[in-house]
Design a binder for this molecule. Sequence first.
Ligand code: V47
Length: 375
Amino acid sequence: MEPLISSLKPELANDNLKRIADKVIEGIRIDMAEGEYLFEKADLALLAQLANLVNHRLNGDYVLFNHNFHIEPTNLCVFNCRFCSYHKAAGDPESWVFTLENIKDIARKYQNSNVTEVHIVGGVHPKWDIDYYGKMIRAVKDILPNIHIKAYSAIELDYVIRKSKLTYAEGLKRLKEYGLDSIPGGGAEIFDPEVRAKICPDKASGEAWLAIHRAAHQLGIYSNATMLYGHIESYKHRVQHMEAIRKLQDETHGFNCFIPLKFRAANNPMGYLGEVNLVEDLRNFAVARIFMDNIKHLKAYWPMLGIQNTRLAINFGVDDIDGTIDDTTKIYSMAGAEEQKPAMTTEKLKQLIVESGRIPAERDSLYNIINVFNK
Ligand code: V47
């Protein structure tokens, strides 16, 4: 059901908010100053109404999920992101490096299952070259020939492609030949160079992240975009970040979804900052939904947000809650997310969506709906 936004309009005492709300209701894009204004001044109820309206126009009552698992090939990393709880030095008892055989063993667990996607992402190993990254893809496809491979953040790609002395287009083309299907959204963090200098000083810049995704889209490789929020960034930084992604999407139409990722504070050098509260999470989802008018899907990644909060986020513009995941990611459990062993059965995912008053639908990795669960 279309939200009753008209009933809210006369109650807005603030003229600026009224003007912004009118634009959203009329389907007109809001600009950066208006995005910032929503972050600063709009109350939760208005944001929910507007975000629901935008989402409903794009996605109706469907909330999507898929059947996926993760492979995290290593947590060794040449970079030192200060928010990271996951990377370890070589020799640390908590470090790991998978061989191609290890990767095949993981893939074998999903033979005869209903998974349609594997998400491969990890630390940036100092020694691996582009062909090793390709061989990891091929190892999975040898065992699961029909699986969609969403692999490697722009940070891994930037490092290994440059190391292999290739252009982004050449490197991506090579990985596509090995079987790469799409690219996850990791590594975007906040694009602003001053923020980046403080939270992830030594890794690829925002421009490099955008250039990798542009090159991928030009080769017909779809991708996702993320934003790490709730640390030292300001609302302006969030809006600038979203604007850069919105602009690239106008140019390429290659982003499938936008994924705000809440900074989690356990076991990392930025932990002293603490974490933003749930209201801030919901406000952030809503503004993202309103601002990113050209990206159809907004994902809440439930292992990061927690199951109860994901249920709430569905009423703040979220239409995608990722997948079953099956206990295969450590990035968030090591950073203190409450789902220590992230796995959800299809039944639980469906129940979560139904309890939010929406219709669960299983999607594939390119967001085609495969199954609708009406009852
Ligand atoms: O880039 C790392 C984030 C990202 C912390 O594309 C942290 O479908 C919070 O990008 N607190 C990697 N966040 C994960 C990622 C992702 C996840 C799910 C789905 C998709 C997709 C992509 O995780 C990193 C960083 O932004 N991260 N440490 C932390 N302490």
